[in-house]
Design a protein around this ligand. Structure first.
Ligand SMILES: [Zn+2]
Length: 316
């Protein structure tokens, strides 16, 4: 769930702008994918206009330049081909076809969550570096809040995966990155549901898992800002359903604060307030504020008629 709405001065997390590389440093592309074509005439396009992932063709949401080694042979035509299993890339369709025939890469890391066909893997950016770098490079075309970096060692990546029904091999459908040590207590640095897998609830699953990690660490969690439009929507959806689920279990009339909700849900208090404002459930009643959960039902379904006796919970 990617692109971003707001700009900020300087990205401070997982996926940053590529650092200036040393002269002999290679980009994350597989060395085996280097082209052998002779340089062509003229100036080839450098911006990536089309991205393919396996058999899926996508138009990038952000037109970054293609990695240097994919354009230096003059054969680059604006398309970058990614392997959907190892995320190695090339601008040469013949090379990706050959790679696809022989690639037997499996998702690196460890399975940390399983539900039916879906599995979430934890991958250490310092151990499976090339995979994470290539994944980040792919993600950059669909994120504008943070750019990809080659320095992935300080992050863990949590990948949602599913089986390709044709090959019966496991492939990545989305991911989020998390700093191994976050001084700001962010529980998520960057999140992306791969475009072919939108509208399947994966964003909410990944967000929910990031809070499950916070729960295990016994730390309140909040995502690094700014959030993309899609990211914000995913968070609003998760926050609303989680808070609603918690409040619905309370007896009517229970006095509660945003901090109480925070402690129960591991959503930081500021995000709880933001979610309640988004849900439009806080109303002034005399000299106190109360949460009227019935108002949320009207937000979800505009035709819903408010029940004047809807649940009222004093807030703060
Ligand atoms: Zn591959």
């Amino acid at each position: 769930m990617p692109p971003a709405s707001k700009k900020r001065p300087a990205p401070a997390a997982s996926i940053k702008k590529p650092a200036k590389k040393a002269k002999n440093e290679r980009s994350p592309a597989a060395s085996s994918q280097r082209s052998t074509r002779s340089p062509g005439a003229g100036s080839p396009p450098k911006k990536v206009m089309t991205v393919t992932l396996g058999d899926k063709v996508m138009t990038p949401w952000h037109n970054y330049e293609s990695p240097k080694e994919t354009v230096q042979d003059g054969a680059f035509d604006g398309t970058l081909y990614f392997c959907e299993y190892c995320f190695k890339y090339t601008s040469d369709i013949e090379k990706i076809c050959a790679h696809n025939r022989f690639c037997c890469a499996e998702i690196p890391g460890t399975v940390v969550y399983r539900s039916g066909d879906q599995e979430i893997y934890e991958v250490d950016g310092g151990e499976d570096t090339l995979f994470c770098q290539n994944l980040c490079l792919f993600a950059r075309f669909f994120l504008d809040t943070k750019s990809v970096v080659y320095e992935t060692a300080g992050f863990r990546f949590y990948l949602s995966t599913s089986l390709n029904p044709h090959t019966h091999r496991r492939r990545v459908t989305g991911f989020f990155s998390k700093e191994k040590k976050s001084w700001d207590d962010y529980n998520l640095a960057c999140i992306l549901v791969l475009p072919p897998y939108h509208r399947q609830g994966l964003g909410k699953t990944l967000v929910a898992f990031s809070y499950e990690l916070s729960r295990r660490e016994k730390k309140m969690g909040s995502p690094e800002r700014p959030l993309s439009d899609l990211g914000l929507r995913g968070y609003q959806s998760y926050w609303a359903s989680t808070i609603l689920s918690y409040l619905s279990r309370l007896p009517i009339g229970t006095a509660i604060t945003a901090n109480d909700i925070s402690e129960a849900t591991y959503i930081v208090a500021d995000d709880v307030r933001e979610a309640l404002a988004y849900m439009d459930v806080v109303v002034q009643q005399g000299n106190r504020k109360v949460i009227c959960l019935d108002r949320w039902k009207r937000v979800v379904d505009p035709a819903y008629e408010l029940d004047p006796q809807g649940i009222l919970i004093p807030l703060d």
